[in-house]
Design a binder for this molecule. Structure first.
Ligand SMILES: Nc1ncnc2c1ncn2[C@@H]1O[C@H](COP(=O)(O)OP(=O)(O)OP(=O)(O)O)[C@@H](O)[C@H]1O
Length: 260
């Protein structure tokens, strides 16, 4: 595991700087004055009980919804009002809790569309053979994500674990600097979860990963830094060890004291 850091003081190399984000749905403060930073190349996880506001915070960071208060800085640049597509061009990409694959297209066609999404105008829809950069990227992703045997298979026929991994590959197609993963191992077998965890670990370094994940064991193994939310607010943040040992986290998140 990489060196510890204190996100409240290490402002030197934070790729993502979330400052006092808030949003309400009617009377409900779904996200309430939440601040944290994600240092470059690290894996940062958001955890918290159901309804804590993790997905809403994700939606705020990724531009899917607008905050009523607060700012999001990406590489030091204010990006709070940008759309997901504008953020993609600035290096922020996300995968979704609910799959966004084209089930009737093959693996390579799904990858091609993702790799060409950043290309301007009609070029996004031209044959892959005419787009050298996209073709190279698709070839890289097939190898990196171990999809060599599945290239021409329809995405709808892949196993659940393979579909979830393909989703991460699609999110990586644009060579993002910040990758948001929303429950990437949801519904996976234990073996698929371990494989996906290894994959996520291997991505970090080149890319910073912000993860929402319910599997606390996985979070503690994978993360460099953990942000704990409850009832829309940040309860605490720190290294996995510090968070696990925090009595407030144990009672709010785990429900009862656990032996670390
Ligand atoms: N579009 C919406 N309209 C109204 N209320 C919403 C909306 N989205 C989320 N909420 C509410 O905001 C609160 C936070 O929801 P959110 O989905 O962000 O929590 P979460 O921590 O991701 O939960 P889970 O772990 O169950 O996915 C919940 O009370 C939820 O019901």
């Amino acid at each position: 595991m990489s060196a510890r850091f204190n996100s409240s003081t290490s402002d030197g190399d934070a790729i993502l700087d979330v400052q006092g984000l808030s949003v309400s749905f009617g009377a409900l403060k779904a996200v309430d004055q939440v601040s944290f930073r994600a240092p470059r190349g690290k894996i940062v996880s958001l955890i918290g009980p159901n309804g804590a506001g993790k997905s809403t915070l994700f939606n705020l960071v990724s531009g899917a919804i607008r905050p009523t208060q607060g700012e999001v800085l990406l590489n030091g640049e204010r990006v709070t009002a940008l759309t997901p597509n504008q953020l993609l061009h600035k290096g922020l990409s996300r995968s979704f809790q609910i799959t966004k694959l084209f089930f009737d297209l093959s693996v390579i066609e799904n990858l091609r569309l993702a790799a060409q999404a950043l290309e301007s105008g009609g070029r996004a829809f031209q044959p892959l053979s005419r787009s050298v950069h996209a073709r190279q990227r698709v070839d890289e992703l097939i190898i990196q994500f171990g999809l060599e045997e599945k290239v021409y298979e329809l995405a709808g026929y892949l196993s659940h674990g393979e579909q979830r991994r393909l989703e991460i590959a699609l999110a990586m197609a644009s060579r993002p600097k910040l990758l948001l993963l929303d429950e990437p191992t949801q519904g996976m077998s234990h073996a698929d979860t371990l494989e996906t965890a290894g994959l996520i670990k291997s991505l970090a370094g080149d890319v910073t990963v912000l993860l929402v994940e319910h599997d606390v064991g996985l979070v503690m193994t994978l993360s460099d830094h953990v942000v704990v939310m409850t009832q829309g607010k940040k309860l605490t943040e720190g290294s996995p060890q510090d968070v696990r040992a925090n009595p407030a986290v144990q009672s709010a998140y785990f429900g009862e004291r656990q032996d670390a």
